[in-house]
Design a protein around this ligand. Sequence first.
Ligand code: SAM
Length: 222
Amino acid sequence: MSTYVLMRILESAPRRYERGMRVLTLGRLEAAWERLAARVEPGQRVIDLGCGTGALAVRAARRGARVKAIDIAPEMLEITRAAAAAAGPSAAVEAVEMGVAELDREAPESFDAVLSSLCFSELSEDEQRFTLGEVYRILKPGGLCLLADETRPQGAAARLLYRVMRAPLVALAYIFTQQTTRPVDDLPGKLGRAGLVVESVRAGALGGLAEFVARKPEGRPT
Ligand SMILES: C[S@@+](CC[C@H](N)C(=O)[O-])C[C@H]1O[C@@H](n2cnc3c(N)ncnc32)[C@H](O)[C@@H]1O
């Protein structure tokens, strides 16, 4: 479950990141990417926040979407561009070096879907709040917010167990990268406070990777 901390170490070696995450998560992350990308329709305009090596962005593009894939790490974006090229000329992925803090540059109601996998756990609480506010603003009415991320379990005992199991990996990741991640707390509540309606949550009782499908309601002010 807390193997998601180790992604910080894998991120520092982008060429090994995707294969490493596949092994570490025993294929669960890949299955989440498939399920989220399957929600995207041909011809839609979508944005992937913190696209990393582009696994989710390329899956959405293969379904016929026009994808803007943003990340702050140029080495990750290079791999995204190569993966999009390998997927063929019809895979429309524009990989852009851009942080979520710059989402305010995007036009209102300009995307049919926002995708993001394992990026919110790298954002502070303020960044998460800002990003979800921007997600609401840039989504078209009826548009989808499709997220997968490491989440904190709900009950006090499960939380304690999760923290104890996570601690050695946090220390290890910090030694190698001087950075850490934190499981996202109460993502359904945060999505709701941003104005998005949560349609489904797929999460284990003991935390770990969870998937969220939320929608911007039709006919509400931007
Ligand atoms: C753990 S990786 C996940 C990559 C990919 N989405 C996946 O599921 O494999 C997190 C990514 O988020 C990016 N990231 C972190 N903070 C960001 C920010 N403020 N704005 C945009 N991208 C960010 C990192 O550079 C990294 O590529």
